[in-house]
Design a protein around this ligand. Structure first.
Ligand code: AMP
Length: 170
């Protein structure tokens, strides 16, 4: 099924020149939501992940139902200061300044097979940092899955050589 018709494009949001890909229209449509999770499961099952790692916050929306469907666990990667127990952290560069992502230390063990899931890959900054975090702690990143890929921004070039799945391309 083509998911593009479910995604709303808002020009000049949040600033001039950006075409915002709004997934709320996909989420609110039961056909769109179900097709998204089913397609992810179909395309990712061969990767045999043990866990899905989803990035705050839209990665949670897709990652948790996919984990449920694949019968595996879900691990949140969050902004600093949100996770209560000991964390692994990674700092990464933004256009202006830096940001940080955290994951609970006891969520995984070295060698865990992990599939990363997020709503969209643009420049690949967020996904690239999460991939590095996963690999630095000795886990095996088996793939990266996105609902949307903005091809021109070449975000996949910032990811390791693992299967990259995107359901809709712009
Ligand atoms: P990046 O780190 O540049 O790959 O951007 C990652 C995150 O920014 C995605 O997970 C999106 O939630 C958000 N994002 C970036 N560009 C857009 C866009 N054009 N439309 C909607 N969300 C975006």
């Amino acid at each position: 099924m083509d998911l593009k018709p479910f995604i709303r494009e808002i020009p000049d949001f949040p600033k001039p020149g950006i075409s915002f890909k709004d997934i709320t229209t996909l989420l609110q449509d039961p056909t769109g939501l179900k097709a998204t999770i089913d397609l992810f499961a179909e395309k990712c099952s061969d990767l045999n992940p043990e866990f899905i790692v989803g990035m705050e916050s839209r990665g949670f929306i897709f990652g948790a139902p996919l984990a449920y469907k694949m019968d595996i666990g879900f691990i949140p990667v969050r902004k600093p200061g949100k996770l209560p127990a000991a964390v692994h952290a990674i700092k990464y560069d933004l256009e202006y300044g830096t940001d940080c992502l955290e994951m609970h230390q006891d969520a995984v063990h070295p060698g865990s097979r992990i599939l990363m899931v997020d709503d969209l890959i643009a420049t690949g900054g967020t996904a690239g940092a999460t991939a590095k975090l996963i690999q630095t702690i000795g886990c095996e990143l088996v793939g990266c899955a996105f609902v949307i890929e903005l091809k021109d921004l070449k975000g996949r070039d910032r990811l390791p050589q693992v299967p990259i799945i995107s359901l809709v391309e712009y």
